[in-house]
Design a protein around this ligand. Sequence first.
Ligand code: HEC
Length: 198
Amino acid sequence: MRWLIPAAAGLAALSSGCDVSSEFLQRMEVQAKYEYYEASDFWADGRAMRTPPAGTIPRERFAKLPELKDPVARQVALTGRAHGQPTTTIPVTVDRELLTLGQKKYNIVCSQCHGVLGDGNSVVAENMALRLPPSLLELESKPAGHFYTAINEGYGVMPSFSGELDVRERWAVVAYVRVLQEARNTRTAGQPVPQENR
Ligand code: HEC
């Protein structure tokens, strides 16, 4: 029964909006902490912000893209742009392994909005009021870099997913989106005409 008390307190607090005076809900907001660039007399240099320890690996590291040695190619892979324009090709090797990774990540990060098939049909989309996630299948003519920059930087009301996906995973998702487009947009008219059995 004891859990009922905090639950009820939480409900009461929520129903009165976000401006809660209850200490129970405000603890994290008001706890002792340093803000960015704040001074601290705990450290010898007087700064609260610390330099990351030597050997800290940045999120954008390229260790997972060993095939890209050329600095320009790496820059294109990192930003999705060549000469300021979305790059037209996927700059990493597209193989089964990459597509499997892309499928997994797409299903986790993108499908709840853009649909498992990329057609924009999802439960979230049905209930979204602001701006519906578009069908990715209709964007077949857009260059690969368009999809990468949407993931990396965000697009309109869609936030960036660079925190969820590293560089290789972002390109893997782009490659998988291409697979979805290819699979769904192929028309029988484009197929070879079957030969008659003789
Ligand atoms: C929370 C829902 C949501 C998730 C998750 C999401 N998107 Fe989006 N996406 C949107 C919405 C909404 C828009 C339209 C934004 C606008 O026009 O302001 C959009 C736009 C886009 C566009 C640009 C469409 C155009 O018209 O050119 C691309 C490409 C895209 N998303 C790809 C992705 C990929 C790939 C993922 C997964 C890494 C993803 N999105 C995850 C909601 C989402």
